[in-house]
Every structure is written in C-alpha cells, then in structure tokens.
Ligand binder design. Structure first.
Ligand SMILES: NC(=O)c1ccc[n+]([C@@H]2O[C@H](COP(=O)([O-])OP(=O)(O)OC[C@H]3O[C@@H](n4cnc5c(N)ncnc54)[C@H](OP(=O)(O)O)[C@@H]3O)[C@@H](O)[C@H]2O)c1
Length: 279
C-alpha cells in the first residue's frame, strides 16, 4: 500500500496539527502497540490518547517500535477528571510523560469540563504554566461548550487551540463550531464516523459515495476535513486506516454539503457537558 501523506491545519499559537490522526481506544497492550506502530510506519502522525484510557504505555511503545523520530509525531493526551486542579494536573502530566516515555507531549487537553467540581479554570492555568516550561507544546480542551470556553478565556486571556468534541455529519454541532470558528479554535472530532448515530447508513451519504466512487466512511470524514475539522478515526483494519486518511483526492460540492446537513440529529443528541462528567 502507498505511504499516507496527511495535510496539517494551523493552530492559533502558530503551530499546526495533522488533519487526520488515529484514535487509540480500540484495543490495549501489545496489540495496540503493534497496530499503532504499523499506522505510524504507514504515515499517520497524530496519535490521540488520554490518561483515562490507561493505554499510554502502549502508545509510547508504538512510537518506539515504529522507528519514526519522536519529533515527527504529534501526541495528544488529556487531563483526567480525577487529576483536575493545580497540583494534580502537574502530577497527572508527569505520570503521562513517564508512561509515554517522552519528555513532552505535543498537546494536552482537559478531557471533560466536569462543572460540578469547578476546577477547570485552575487546571487550565496550570496547563499554561506547563506549556511555558516546555512540557507541553499546545494546550486545548475537549467537550467544552461555549460558556465553558469563555470562563477559561476570562481567567487567562488565552483561548484553547483545539476543542475535541463529539462531531460527525450526524452530530454537526453547528452552534459550538460557529463559536470556535469565530475565535480561530480548531474543532477536532471524536467518534468522527458517527457509527452510533448511523451516519454511514444514511441514503444521502451512500448516494454521494457512489457519485464520487468512494466509501461511505470517506464521505463522512471528508465532510469534516473539508471544513478544517481534525478527525481521529480508529480501526484495527489496515485497509480501513488507509481509507480513513484517503480524503484529499475528491471534493464535496456546496450542494452535497447542504444535503449532508439534513442528517444532523441536533445538539440535544450530543452528550451534554453541562451534566455529563468523566473521571
Ligand atoms: N475526548 C473524548 O471525550 C473522546 C471520547 C471518545 C473517543 N475519543 C477519541 O476518539 C477516537 C475515535 O472515536 P471512536 O473510537 O469512538 O469512534 P470512531 O473512530 O469514529 O469509530 C471506531 C469504530 O469504527 C470502525 N471503523 C473504523 N474505520 C472504519 C471504516 N472506514 N469503515 C467502517 N467502520 C470503520 C472501527 O471498527 P474496526 O476496528 O473493525 O475497523 C470501530 O468500531 C477514540 O479512539 C479516542 O481516541 C475521545
């Protein structure tokens, strides 16, 4: 199979992030290390992990097994809910660095805002400190709603560079994305294939895929990257992980983007970060 080449998108802080990466939540241990190492050798450069996934050792091992230099790979990890707050955020990152076997991570995200504890702002301030010390290159968040992003900005004068959210044509998150776009914050899609929302089963998605001679998965992912949204699909299957990054040889028309808007189930079908919390 051909080597995969993936374009990048600029970040607010002057850096950049690959438009397509791989999730890491699909298996564990040695199998994860081996599959991810193959993904990296094939050309994937963005790896999405989290302290909460308990797989950072395998992710670090995958980088080592791939033989690709560390500085060519973009590693994202996340502050777990239990690690929010000044001191624990620092300890949590130190733990992640040790498990990943690296001196820095490319991006650190707050995994969920967890409003019941009210610690997101001080977690954010500590992350900015960790960034100034070089332990983290870019700082962002995950699953934040606009008012929760505003709180971070009011306290620090700094917007997160990325907000990783549940996002696919079936959960288009129109209002959240408009807020991000106005401030130059990159949207990153978790569960980008929209499996649980049956995005790939929709007739309009199948019709568009047939028209372009591509797979339904490519239509769903192209919808995102065409709008500058970063996607992190995960697959155990090599043909699929190649297909999931093969998104740059066709373009969806304005009419097709309008047609795809009809499969959006609406904001109230997305997990609500005002009440949903993770630890
Ligand atoms: N920030 C957060 O709160 C959060 C929450 C959830 C997930 N995430 C991150 O987002 C990543 C992706 O999310 P996800 O794993 O939930 O969803 P996903 O990547 O959209 O879907 C993964 C599933 O889709 C299948 N698949 C992959 N490529 C396919 C293709 N081309 N055609 C058909 N099926 C395909 C996989 O099966 P096969 O292996 O059989 O191909 C797997 O069952 C995670 O790994 C994790 O890193 C973040």
């Amino acid at each position: 199979m051909e080597q995969i080449t993936i374009p990048t998108v600029p970040l607010l802080d002057g850096g950049s992030i690959p438009l397509v990466g791989t999730g890491t939540l699909f298996t564990k241990g040695n199998e994860l290390a081996n599959l991810l190492a193959e993904c990296i050798k094939d050309g994937y450069r963005l790896l999405d992990t989290a302290a909460q996934y308990a797989n950072e050792v395998a992710v670090g091992e995958a980088i080592r097994r791939s033989g690709v230099p560390r500085d060519e790979i973009f590693v994202t990890t996340k502050v777990a809910g239990v690690d929010q707050g000044r001191e624990l955020t620092r300890h949590g990152l130190e733990d992640s660095l040790r498990k990943l076997n690296t001196d820095y991570v490319d991006m650190l995200l707050i995994h969920w805002p967890n409003p019941s504890r009210g610690l997101a702002t001080e977690t954010w301030q500590e992350m900015l400190e960790l960034q100034s010390e070089g332990l983290v290159k870019h700082v962002g968040v995950s699953n934040f709603l606009p008012h929760q992003l505003e709180e971070l900005y009011q306290a620090s004068g700094v917007w997160p560079v990325v907000n990783q959210i549940q996002l696919s044509p079936a959960l288009a998150r129109t209002e959240v994305r408009a807020f991000l776009a106005e401030r130059g914050i990159v949207a990153e899609a978790w569960r980008p294939l929209g499996n649980q929302e049956h995005a790939m089963d929709q007739i309009i998605v199948q019709t568009i895929a047939e028209r372009h001679g591509v797979d339904v998965s490519q239509v769903v992912l192209r919808w995102a990257v065409q709008q500058g949204i970063v996607v992190i699909p995960a697959s155990k299957n090599r043909e699929r992980w190649h297909r999931n990054a093969d998104l740059f040889g066709f373009e969806l028309s304005d009419q097709e983007m309008t047609d795809l808007a009809t499969v959006d189930l609406g904001e109230d079908k997305a997990w609500d970060a005002n009440v949903h919390e993770e630890w």
